[in-house]
Write a protein that binds this ligand. Structure first.
Ligand code: SF4
Length: 136
């Protein structure tokens, strides 16, 4: 059996230390806490940490962008998805004003991503309506 891979749980800001086991094909099969960092989470993790591999391997997991066309979600590429999102945001700002758009960021993104998110909201959209899911 391969050695477990030490990882940091990506789900929330606690950043628990976990260990990931792979199957023979290199696909994650099991995740758990082994006490690598007793001052943080020791041998404990919440259900989200233990379920990392279930989510990673789930057949419904999104692996590429989708666009809604005629009421149905269809696969697309990143360039078209981002271009469409940009067009729609600009149309909303033009019709309803910048204050009609707010941004909620995830609690599991990095500090740098949070910085970029607030910068985008302030500079591109034009207001400071940005918050974090931790306050919902
Ligand atoms: S195991 Fe749970 S508490 Fe720990 S980082 Fe992951 S989501 Fe957060």
């Amino acid at each position: 059996m391969e050695q477990p891979i030490p990882i940091i749980c990506p789900y929330c800001g606690v950043g628990c230390n976990l260990e990931l086991e792979l199957n023979a094909d290199g696909v994650p099969k099991k995740c758990g806490a082994t006490g690598r960092n007793p001052d943080l989470n020791g041998r404990y993790a919440c259900v989200k940490g233990f379920a990392v591999t279930d989510l990673y391997n789930h057949p419904d997991r999104l692996t590429q962008p989708l666009l809604r066309e005629n009421g149905r979600l269809v696969n697309t590429d990143w360039e078209r998805a981002i271009s469409t999102a940009s067009d729609k945001l600009q149309a909303i700002v033009k019709t309803y004003g910048a204050d009609s758009i707010g941004m909620l960021v995830s609690g599991k993104i990095t500090n740098e991503e949070v910085y970029l998110s607030q910068k985008f909201q302030r500079v591109v959209i034009g207001n400071n309506h940005v918050d974090n899911c931790a306050r919902l």
